[in-house]
Design a protein around this ligand. Structure first.
Ligand SMILES: C[S@@+](CC[C@H](N)C(=O)[O-])C[C@H]1O[C@@H](n2cnc3c(N)ncnc32)[C@H](O)[C@@H]1O
Length: 337
């Protein structure tokens, strides 16, 4: 998620899953299959996938954010104290009855019945997760890249220039360096490169110079101060988006090492697919989409996979109207041969 359009209607989960029908069609979840959701988020996709896996299927879920993971766990297996599941450290397994409902959401949606195994893990560690479960092949892998809407607007993460918060941006609590650490310590030229390379910020040098000036006065520690610095460096433009948008995007990607992790996932995931298994990737930015396009092309050339989407699949008019945040989503899918 991408630009900051606060005020739009959101489901009770705090995140509206994009391209749902297209994802379900691509992964074709069915009784007895094993599907991995590498980016569980608020479990929007995962719940719909899990429901289609029946009693004998298995959903494996990963997220780097312990808060989203906990929310997803309640939607998929219920609260621990309700006695609905059997916690095993970071993992949860459940085969419960029709009476189980998710306590988190209004309307109490039904819990899926398949086996559910959840991990606080980076999708770059997918091989380790499957190794721990003793699984050599799965039938589908979903990666819905980026962050969820609730994360964007929760001041806890310091991701938004729309409200003041500590300048943090770490989605995974295991990450050492926050956005404030980068902004206050990277050499000016390196900072400019981060802004240009990760978000194609054309005013990168001007912004980096202004940041370097300002941090000599006092460390930059809040989202509001950084946004003001960026706006004053750029000045007025005709663009519809806030001038701080690209700087915040680039810093988030740098803090969370999004490109490196995505590259690792794209390279490794096809290896874990059973024959006929599918890998679906949703991206929201040109850099990510380019990575997926290139990785899939290389995998196809080696004969490992078949490309199912010659062109990326985007949302239809109805979805964009209902959920404008979906407008930049692109889905690419490969199938293991
Ligand atoms: C766009 S949201 C996914 C939303 C989800 N599909 C849903 O329907 O609710 C992306 C999620 O991926 C997680 N994430 C981002 N990078 C990750 C990584 N490298 N490994 C695992 N999870 C990651 C984020 O914490 C966030 O919860």
């Amino acid at each position: 998620m991408h630009s900051e359009d606060a005020g739009m209607e959101l489901p009770a989960s705090g995140h509206d899953p994009v391209l749902m029908n297209e994802v379900l069609e691509a992964l074709a979840p069915a009784e007895g299959k094993t599907i991995v959701d590498c980016t569980l988020g608020r479990a929007g996709h995962a719940v719909e996938i899990a429901r289609r896996l029946g009693r004998t299927g298995r959903l494996i879920g990963l997220d780097v954010d312990p808060r989203n993971l906990e929310f997803a766990r309640e939607r998929l297996v219920g609260k621990p104290e309700t006695g609905n599941k059997k916690p095993e450290g970071d993992q949860f397994k459940d085969k419960e009855t029709d009476k189980n409902v998710c306590p988190t959401l209004e309307g109490k949606e039904m819990l899926p019945q398949c086996e559910v195994r959840l991990f606080h893990a980076n999708f770059a560690e997918l091989g380790d997760v499957l190794g721990e479960l003793g699984i050599s092949g799965v039938d589908g892998v979903l990666a819905d890249l980026g962050i969820s809407t609730n994360q964007l607007f929760d001041p806890h993460y310091g991701l938004s220039f729309g409200r003041d918060a500590p300048l943090d941006m770490r989605i995974d609590s295991r990450i050492r360096r926050s956005a404030a650490d980068l902004v206050n310590s990277l050499p000016e030229e390196e900072l400019a490169n981060v802004l240009y390379q990760l978000a194609q910020e054309r005013y990168s040098r001007r912004i980096a110079r202004k940041i370097a000036e300002e941090r000599r006065i006092s460390p930059i520690t809040t989202t509001e101060r950084l946004a003001e610095i960026v706006r004053s460096a750029i000045g007025h433009t005709k663009e519809k988006i806030d001038q701080a948008t690209r700087t915040f995007l680039a810093l988030r990607m740098a803090v969370n090492q999004e490109m490196e992790n995505t590259e690792a996932l794209l390279k490794n995931a096809p290896r874990f697919l059973n024959k006929g298994g599918r890998f679906a990737v949703i991206s929201f930015q040109s850099m990510e989409d380019r990575l997926a396009k290139q990785a899939f092309r290389v995998a196809e050339q080696t004969g490992a996979v078949r490309l199912l989407t010659k062109r990326p699949v985007g949302p239809g008019d109805e979805e964009v109207l209902r959920n404008p945040r979906s407008r930049s989503a692109k889905l690419r899918v490969v199938e293991k041969v």
